[in-house]
Design a protein around this ligand. Structure first.
Ligand code: FAD
Length: 310
């Protein structure tokens, strides 16, 4: 068995694996796709001390760094079930989709999350070419340009307020007849001069010139009229979904499906820790996921040294 088994190979999992391996213990990483969301990212400009890098480059660097410590990387392995220890301090099992079962004294869950997509024509084609999901990451790329934010919940309205300070104009598009964000956020958005709010609107197509986004088509759900907004960017803010479906029933999850963790990365199960976008920790960013991964690994090590010798 492993001393520490990390499930998920994004920034959180990579950091957890390195911090654990540096304690001289046996560490494995099982990942559906090593690199995680970073693989889908073009420019990264907020990873502190690195002015600019690209996602695939960072993912390769994560893998090289983890391998440097002799960590057993099991890539393209999807975990399907967590099997809690039979008795306190016992081995914890992780069943893979291929039927294999891995065992470890401590497990760190770092399966990340995925942005919910609109599912309209053009969205995939223009992803990273005007279609964006993370205002903290990509907002500055649209300085002085026109953008739309899709989604009138808290994250959509926060994104619109944030972007209004950077871009020339923000159009907020909400499917429902009214915004769902907190009143204070709506009041703030309404007070800004360069924002337009459109409700009862169904986004239907991302328009582009083959290279980048040029517009967004939507249908007014009250009149059925089609409209086209000319713009350069579209931020989709209709939800970040944690990759925790496989954990339901075995570990405490928040109403949004995030793994509940304390400040040390401990979950509701002894010996099971968690880090990164899959957890209740706020702000989903690389630098934060890595910090949380390090925290979870140190907490896991602290747990291991307190177990009775066998
Ligand atoms: P993830 O990166 O999501 O990694 C999760 C890992 O778990 C993956 O290896 C995945 O394959 C694996 N996994 C999932 N389910 C299972 C399972 N059942 N079994 C085994 N493995 C599983 N952040 C920034 O700081 N700066 C940016 O510029 C930036 N740009 C972004 C651009 C885009 C397009 C996207 C999508 C995100 C961006 N982010 C950015 C956010 C950042 O990528 C995430 O916050 C970060 O990757 C989270 O790390 P993580 O390790 O928690 O999860």
């Amino acid at each position: 068995p492993f001393d520490v088994l990390v499930v998920g190979g994004g920034p959180a999992g990579a950091a957890a694996a390195i911090y654990a391996a540096r304690k001289g213990i046996r560490v494995g990483v099982a990942a559906e796709r090593f690199g995680g969301q970073v693989l889908d990212t073009m420019g990264i400009e907020n990873f502190i001390s690195v002015q600019h890098t690209e996602g695939p480059k960072m993912a390769a660097a994560l893998e090289a760094h983890v391998k440097d410590y002799g960590v057993d990387i099991m890539n393209l392995q999807k975990a399907a079930k967590l099997v809690p220890a039979a008795q306190p301090g016992g081995l914890i099992g992780v069943e893979l989709e291929n039927g294999a079962q891995l065992k470890a004294k401590a497990v760190i869950l770092s399966t990340g999350a995925r942005w919910r997509q609109m599912g309209v024509p053009g969205e995939d084609e223009y992803r990273n070419k005007g279609v964006a999901y993370c205002p903290h990451c990509d907002g500055p790329l649209f300085k002085g340009k026109r953008v739309a934010v899709i989604g009138g919940g808290n994250s959509g309205v926060e994104a619109a307020i944030d972007l209004a300070g950077i871009v020339s104009h923000v159009t907020l598009i909400e499917f429902d007849g009214q915004l769902r964000a907190d009143a204070v956020l709506q009041a703030k958005l309404n007070s800004l001069p360069n924002t337009t709010i459109i409700v009862s609107a169904l986004s239907t197509e991302v328009m582009g010139d083959g290279e980048k986004v040029t517009g967004l088509r939507y249908k007014d759900r009250t009149t059925e009229d089609e409209h086209l907004i000319e713009l350069e960017g579209i931020f989709v803010q209709i939800g970040l979904v944690p990759n925790t479906e496989w954990l339901k029933g075995d570990i405490a999850l928040s109403p949004r499906g995030e793994i509940e963790v304390d400040a040390r990365g401990a979950t509701s199960l002894p010996g099971v820790f968690a880090a990164g976008d899959a957890t209740t920790a706020p702000y989903k960013q690389i630098v934060i996921a890595m910090g949380d991964g390090a925290t979870a690994a140190l907490t896991a090590f602290d747990y291991l040294i307190r177990q009775a010798p066998v």
